[in-house]
Design a protein around this ligand. Structure first.
Ligand SMILES: C[S@@+](CC[C@H](N)C(=O)[O-])C[C@H]1O[C@@H](n2cnc3c(N)ncnc32)[C@H](O)[C@@H]1O
Length: 273
């Protein structure tokens, strides 16, 4: 009975908030739904489904609870240091040889900190190398509120506990909050998009940051998405996953490891066997 009720609730979640529960790990998903149910003192899935059907405010609140939007600048600082050492020089060499712009995608970018971090890092790197190569960053997410915050580009102190002082001084204007400078904002574009959906910008990418999104997904869906990522990358493009995420199934054969600890991978020219 409980299973049946949960199935009904899942259908309402798909229909009313456009979130697909089947893709995500069930226990954490149930825990997050339980948070909302406890909050409004409902203990039957069926009753909650009925309320969700007609209550737009609850739809918003559940959506927020299901999409975990925490992020910060230079999250896992060492990962960005390794991107600078092991990825950016390769990308620059490639573009200087063949022309074209460096295209970066942050999938599941939440409130935008990751997109701005990579944009600042690249801006700094290109300046150090006195290069005129151009770059662009696109950040996508399913959560509209997060993307609105990203678009505004102003953040509280807590977003910076891993950020070197140098970047804070150089790339932000301090008002009530720290706001990203226009020259960095101009490089970054945000689009509301499900990870599965196609978009004209998401092809021939040189670097994909797909961090702390996969972890919430079921293994079969992880594999499907990693395959999509592979197809969206340029020949020899790079992929960075979150610190506790990794390649699964067949996708292990599609990438070489650049840095196993920092979860940096590079697309293989041919399938490894
Ligand atoms: C924990 S945040 C990660 C933010 C950032 N990548 C980082 O590591 O700091 C996970 C984000 O993934 C987004 N997300 C979850 N499922 C998604 C999907 N199917 N398509 C696009 N974004 C998704 C959520 O809305 C959330 O903003």
């Amino acid at each position: 009975m409980m299973d049946e009720e949960f199935e009904i609730l899942k259908k309402v979640i798909i229909e009313k908030i456009g979130f697909f529960p089947e893709r995500y790990k069930e226990r954490p998903l149930m825990r997050r739904i339980a948070v909302r149910m406890r909050h409004i003192k409902i203990n039957s899935y069926l009753e909650y489904a009925r309320l969700l059907e007609r209550n737009i405010k609850e739809q918003d609140l559940l959506h927020k609870t299901l999409t975990i939007n925490v992020s910060k600048f230079f999250r896992n600082y060492v990962t960005f240091r390794r991107i600078k050492e092991a990825v950016l020089p390769q990308l620059l060499r490639e573009k200087e040889k063949r022309g074209g712009i460096i295209k970066i995608w942050c999938g599941g970018c939440a409130t935008g900190e990751e997109c701005y971090t990579i944009a600042m890092l690249l801006d700094e790197f290109l300046r150090e190398k006195k290069s005129s190569v151009v770059f662009s960053v696109i950040g996508t997410d399913i959560d509209e509120d997060s993307l609105n915050t990203a678009q505004i580009g102003c953040y509280e102190n807590k977003a910076f506990d891993e950020t070197p002082e140098y970047f804070l001084k150089k790339y932000f204007k301090k008002d009530e909050k720290f706001c990203v400078l226009k020259k960095v904002k101009e490089k970054v574009k945000f689009v509301k998009l499900d990870i599965e959906e196609e978009n004209m910008y998401l092809k021939e990418l040189d670097l994909i940051l797909f961090r702390n999104v996969l972890i919430y997904m079921k293994r079969t869906f992880q594999e499907k998405i990693l395959l999509k990522i592979y197809n969206r990358l340029n020949e020899r493009g790079f992929l960075v996953l979150g610190k506790v995420e990794t390649l699964v199934g067949e996708t292990k054969l599609l990438f070489t490891i650049v840095d196993s600890k920092e979860r940096i991978f590079r697309k293989c020219r041919i399938l490894k066997r």
